[in-house]
Design a protein around this ligand. Structure first.
Ligand code: PMT
Length: 401
């Protein structure tokens, strides 16, 4: 028995012969006290009935018909926010391709598009459809967007052919979903703090020193942490990014403000410093706009080091302190120096000498160095920052559990 009390599952059933197997997954979830709402797509109703689902789930069953006039305001948003997790089982090749292009033509696809929760997909289709290059590309893209696949498995299909494409067993789907929810529940008690973005260090009321950081890497890490249930605070310098309301976002401008916000949000079990904090600030801020002249020399001083402050804190040092190192040369060597100088548990080095990677890009390529000398450095090769973040957060979970 897995206690899923208070766990909310939005179960989406698409049309396919294996739709009947989802009744068993719903029965298992309900038996373990989960709260379930279900959406049946138009074609799913050819295979299972709303009555059988609502009898088993004892929860509301929504129709495929997405009629904006009949919808109470923001109903699809409310539904997607209500859920702790969304599972689509079975998901067809057709739905997979629609999710890939961000379709929102019916209630199921609209709720999925609007969701900020983990979405699991349990495909079921003919082996040729599953192995088709277009399906393979679609699956890869959805994985990049953060969807998790359960199966399919190999076996004999309803059409009589044999191969990969059969929907996973209801018990396996149940186990995957319940394990995810229970791990999330454990993480909810764990506070994670992330710094992101650049800082502005003002010269006068209108000018400042800053850098190219967009905040993307830090925002993606915060999103991955939140998706995995962590109680996440994101302290960010100025960016154009927005984030879902599950994350406590604190906006700052200067390094001084970033430090203060960090201090206010300690203690935390995990702290990840992705911010590109400006190294220098003005010794004395000009109250008035500096007048144009032929030569201008700035009297700068070193900025406060937020990571150093946290990693050397006597009483409130987080269990896991992770720094980032943006380097243009001697990546490993410089990163290892920072690992030790800044008293981090891990340092994540990124090469920022290339244009398509690191600063202000959707992509990154990093090497993780560990203080624990028993652990080998690990390279996460060139991929989306969202994927890099998921992999970092998976490692964080492994380390703290
Ligand atoms: O924001 P993006 O466009 O997505 O780009 C991501 C990134 C390249 C900025 C990010 O991946 C990254 O590498 N961040 C660290 C950038 C950096 O300048 O590091 P650093 O070598 O100056 O500092 C090392 C570590 O100390 C960092 O964790 C930094 O956050 C921290 N630090 C540095 C100075 C300071 N005053 N306070 C700090 O906390």
């Amino acid at each position: 028995m897995k206690d899923l009390t208070n766990k909310k599952i939005l179960f989406i059933i698409c049309g396919g012969i294996s739709a009947y197997k989802s009744l068993e997954t719903i029965r298992l979830l309900k038996k373990n006290n989960a709260e379930i709402k279900t959406i049946l797509t138009k074609s799913a109703k050819e295979f299972v009935t709303p009555l059988s689902i609502s009898s088993l789930s004892q929860g509301k069953v929504y129709d495929d018909i997405f009629n904006i006039e009949n919808e109470t305001e923001m109903d699809h948003i409310t539904l997607s926010r209500w859920a702790d997790v969304i599972i689509v089982a079975p998901v067809t090749a057709n739905t997979i391709s629609k999710l890939c292009i961000g379709s929102s033509e019916d209630l199921a696809s609209t709720v999925i598009l609007a969701s900020n929760k983990q979405i699991f997909l349990a495909p079921a289709m003919n082996v040729r459809m599953w192995e088709h290059p277009s399906t393979k590309d679609n699956v890869k893209n959805l994985q990049k967007y953060g969807y998790k696949f359960i199966g399919p498995v190999t076996g004999e299909m309803a059409c009589g052919e044999y191969g990969e494409g059969k929907m996973s067993d209801p018990l396996d789907i149940f186990n995957e979903i319940s394990d995810f929810l229970l791990a999330n529940q454990k993480n909810k008690k764990t506070k994670a703090l992330v710094t992101a973005g650049p800082t502005y260090e003002y010269l006068d009321p209108v000018r400042f020193i800053s850098n190219k950081s967009s905040g993307k890497q830090g925002f993606e890490i915060a999103k991955s942490l939140s998706k995995k249930g962590f109680d996440t605070t994101l302290i960010s310098g100025p960016t154009n990014l927005s984030i879902n309301e599950d994350i406590n976002l604190i906006k700052v401008e200067t390094a001084e403000e970033m430090l203060k916000a960090t201090q206010k949000n300690l203690p935390a079990e995990i702290a990840i410093f992705t911010a590109a904090v400006a190294d220098f600030k003005m010794k004395r801020l000009n109250i008035n706009k500096i007048k144009k002249k032929d030569n201008l020399s700035l009297d700068l001083e070193k900025n406060v080091d937020i990571l150093n402050y946290v990693s050397n804190h006597n009483s409130m040092r987080p269990k896991l302190v992770i720094g980032f190192a943006a380097e243009t040369d001697n990546l490993d060597e410089n990163a290892i120096k920072k690992l030790s100088n800044k008293n981090c548990d891990w340092i994540i080095a990124n090469d920022v000498s290339k244009n398509n990677c690191g600063f202000n890009s959707d992509y990154n390529e990093v090497v993780i160095h560990y203080k624990d000398t028993k652990k080998q450095k690990e390279k996460l090769s060139f991929k989306k920052k969202s994927e890099i973040s998921e992999e970092i957060v998976d490692r964080i979970i492994n380390q703290i559990s």
